[in-house]
Design a protein around this ligand. Structure first.
Ligand code: SF4
Length: 321
């Protein structure tokens, strides 16, 4: 399968303010050496607790955040250090939908202006072609011409997120990064947005990077998933396989913490204990060793590599076997 996105050894270290005079410059190791690929037409789900680096990774792939190290290849082109002018034209092909639709849509603009903005910025249509294209986009996301004159505050959260999706589709992108696209919505609306995204992906041949802490949603929509912990990928594989049989102790603990609608007493629920350590001073060796129920001495000293333990399945743990 050919890849639309390939990242190699990608890192983002944010420098904390101060420390120059004392010689104690400190960094947040938000993303710390990620290798992953996303195939054309794939939905890749990225999961992990808050602060694990998944949003930073998604934004780096779009070059909204500059990487500290590593490479990003998009559609067979190395985009790690291309200049702003080239990046502007590439941006048509890569879009993002944010978590909170109300804050990501300008409150002063009507829907028509919001969806028109990327079309105008990139000058891809004649003036008289813009309105019909906006209506077409609104219809693709389950809205219509009757919404053109509305302001965001005159619509529901679900309708606002549909407008954000319409805007993301305006330039016929190849990749859309969906950054917690349903977590600000009511549960009843979440399923509608997920189904819409799934339908659009199939009908328009899109590729998604779907970032979420909601494991049920990720399981529903993803082809493959990656599990992140403290800036590292700890498990990667086919979504159903990972959900059916998580292999890394962190994935097992994370999935054990999903609220189950039906109590199944054959399942051993493993609730994660303790807080995530600080990404400013991550633990030595395996970063999960301070919370891992099966940690051994080697785990404190030697970092486990993310290695293929069965076909298409990668796990970073010394004791996965
Ligand atoms: Fe746990 Fe050690 Fe495996 Fe890390 S390497 S997940 S600490 S057993």
């Amino acid at each position: 399968m050919t890849n639309l996105v390939e990242v190699r050894s990608l890192k983002k270290h944010f420098r904390l303010p101060g420390g120059w005079l004392s010689g104690n410059v400190r960094f947040v190791y938000a993303v710390d050496g990620i290798d992953l690929s996303i195939a054309y037409g794939e939905t890749f789900g990225l999961v992990g607790e808050s602060g694990c680096g998944k949003t930073t990774l998604g934004r780096m792939i779009l070059r909204l955040i500059e990487p500290t190290e590593g490479t990003i290849v998009f559609d067979k082109q190395d985009i790690t250090s291309i200049d702003k002018r080239k990046m502007k034209s590439l941006r048509r092909q890569m879009q993002i939908v944010f978590q909170n639709p109300l804050s990501s849509l300008s409150p002063r603009f009507r829907v028509e202006q919001i969806v028109a903005e990327p079309l105008m910025t990139h000058g891809v249509l004649e003036k008289d072609e813009i309105r019909p294209r906006i209506i077409e986009l609104l219809e693709q996301v389950g809205l219509g011409a009757q919404h053109l004159d509305r302001f965001p505050h005159e619509m529901s959260g679900g309708q606002c997120q549909r407008v954000a999706v319409a805007r993301a589709l305006a330039l016929n992108p190849k990749l859309i990064v969906l950054d917690e696209p349903t977590s600000a919505l009511d549960v009843s609306v979440q399923a509608q947005i997920i189904n819409l995204l799934d339908e659009l992906k199939k009908s328009l041949g899109l590729t998604y990077l779907f970032i979420s802490h909601d494991l049920n949603v990720v399981q529903h929509i993803s082809d493959r998933i990656g599990v992140m912990y403290l800036g590292k990928l700890v498990e990667l594989g086919d979504a159903q396989d990972v959900f059916d049989e998580p292999l890394h102790p962190y994935t097992q603990a994370l999935f054990g913490a999903i609220p189950m609608p039906v109590v199944d007493d054959t399942l051993e629920l493993k609730i994660l204990e303790g807080n995530v350590p600080s990404p400013v001073n991550p633990p030595s060796g395996c970063r999960f060793h301070t919370r891992c129920p099966i940690a051994q001495h080697i785990c404190q000293e030697t970092e486990p590599a993310l290695r293929e333990v069965r076909s298409g399945r990668h796990v970073a743990c010394h004791f996965v076997e």
